[in-house]
Design a protein around this ligand. Structure first.
Ligand SMILES: NC(=O)c1ccc[n+]([C@@H]2O[C@H](COP(=O)([O-])OP(=O)(O)OC[C@H]3O[C@@H](n4cnc5c(N)ncnc54)[C@H](O)[C@@H]3O)[C@@H](O)[C@H]2O)c1
Ligand SMILES: [Zn+2]
Length: 415
């Protein structure tokens, strides 16, 4: 995974090489001949941070498509807000055939048939194996298109143009893509990195406040477990960033996104395909949250659920003596200041406990619950470290903190 700034970049390459080896054994009891095929797949994913992405004078997106046929997918609100500019952007004679599609899906309908719908449209548009699917939208759009690209012709390229804050710093630069299935969040998916992610924070200008706050949860999550400097920026300017849709203070919005993207790519680069060691710092806030999202009927957004999980996991760390009271206050204060809730009445201890058991299955037999140990540092907890009693105490303490008036949680961090 590489991060590239600027616009002039060479197209990424995907190289494979395969080997066949044979081990023939003639044993007295019978012959055995095993042929083993092994191969390597090298993927390059370029993340470009740019401005005025849809300005006809900015060639970044057109260059990444090149002379390939492409299917550009927008969700309805992105079409309403940016559709005309997208059409104008691709109207020049330099662009090869680009087809457009409006994907009428939201979190509640982010299912396998959404990906199939995109595949069918890609086939109808005559997309070849090398033709990209270009998703311009939030995480729902980029996830569905990423999975569709994986399915179309057994793995075609895709380009992500995230238009939400969650997209810019997480879904739009992710190596994996998933849809919901049979009531389970992200149950079906693939590891299929995009060729390119093109990021422009100007899209945030039209994003509803709730979705900006939602994205802040993912940034806070990253800052708490891995980047104390980012945390300090958020503690100082987080509220102003939310109010201004990341436009003010001017250099800080771009810096927060750049730091978040670099941090996330750094985490992904450690183990992009999640093979072997399944411990990931970026899973902080992602243990209880999938259950919360589904249990709320998706009335709680992804980032909002992550914030609830971050609060609970941090409180658990406090109960176990792993996190200081002061650092816990700083985390919870920041989340409340930017407008995130710390508790949800629908979270029963029983449901949280059974969620943990299900997560153990998903994480190959262990829990790896990420908990902060300081601002910028974390530890992983096994299932043996957690009990229903610990969950109950933590949830109750958190509820009491949450009920306290703002300002009584602890002193405000300005470091
Ligand atoms: N692949 C991954 O690793 C990964 C990581 C994080 C999140 N996700 C997924 O991403 C999804 C959440 O993403 P999201 O928060 O972007 O939600 P979303 O895609 O539902 O977008 C939120 C809303 O904002 C609208 N919108 C998008 N851009 C806009 C803009 N610029 N102005 C105004 N409105 C705009 C959308 O149409 C939608 O109504 C979840 O499904 C989550 O599972 C995936
Ligand atoms: Zn997330």
């Amino acid at each position: 995974v590489t991060e590239t700034k600027g616009t002039a970049v060479a197209p990424p390459t995907t190289a494979t090489n395969g080997r066949v080896s044979s081990s023939a054994q003639l044993a007295p009891s019978g012959a055995k001949d095993t042929l083993r095929f092994s191969s390597e797949l090298r993927r390059t994913h370029e993340v470009t941070i740019t401005r005025d992405l849809l300005h006809p004078g900015n060639p970044a997106l057109r260059e990444r498509i090149g002379d390939r046929r492409a299917l550009v997918v927008l969700t309805p609100s992105v079409k309403r807000l940016y559709g005309r500019r997208v059409l104008e952007y691709f109207a020049g004679e330099a662009t090869a055939a680009v087809e457009f599609m409006v994907l009428e899906r939201s979190e509640a309908s982010k299912s396998l048939d959404a990906a199939v719908e995109v595949c069918e449209r890609a086939a109808a548009a005559g997309l070849r194996r090398t033709s990209p699917i270009v998703a311009i939208g939030g995480g729902v759009c980029t996830d569905v298109c990423g999975l569709a690209a994986m399915l179309h012709r057994r793995g075609g390229p895709h380009v992500k143009v995230p238009t939400t804050l969650v997209g810019l710093i997480d879904a739009g630069i992710a190596t994996k893509n998933a849809v919901n299935h049979l009531g389970t969040k992200s149950a079906l998916g693939s590891f299929h990195p995009p060729e390119h992610s093109l990021l422009d924070i100007a899209f945030l200008a039209t994003l509803p406040r709730r979705h900006v706050v939602n994205g802040m949860a993912e940034i806070i999550k990253l800052a708490v477990v891995s980047d104390a400097e980012l945390f300090a920026l958020l503690a100082r300017d987080g509220v102003a960033l939310v109010e201004s849709r990341f436009a003010a203070p001017a250099p800080v919005g771009a810096e927060v996104v750049r730091r978040s993207v670099a941090g996330m790519l750094g985490e992904l680069a450690r183990n992009p395909f999640e093979v072997g060691d399944l411990r990931r710092r970026v899973d902080f806030g992602h243990t209880f949250s999938p259950h919360i999202e589904v249990a709320s009927g998706h009335s709680i957004l992804h980032g909002e659920a992550v914030a609830l999980d971050v609060a609970l996991s941090s409180q658990i760390a406090r109960e176990l003596g792993l996190l200081s009271e002061d650092d816990l206050d700083r985390v919870l204060c920041l989340m409340r200041e930017v407008g995130l809730s710390l508790v949800w009445p629908g979270m029963s201890v029983d449901a949280l406990w059974s969620t943990l058991r299900a997560v153990v299955e998903h994480r190959d037999g262990d829990l790896h619950l990420v908990v902060p140990t300081a601002i910028g540092a974390c530890a992983y907890l096994g299932i043996d470290a957690i009990s229903p009693a610990l969950l109950r105490t933590s949830a109750e303490r958190l509820a009491r903190r949450s009920a306290a008036r703002p300002g009584t949680l602890g002193r405000r961090s300005r470091t």
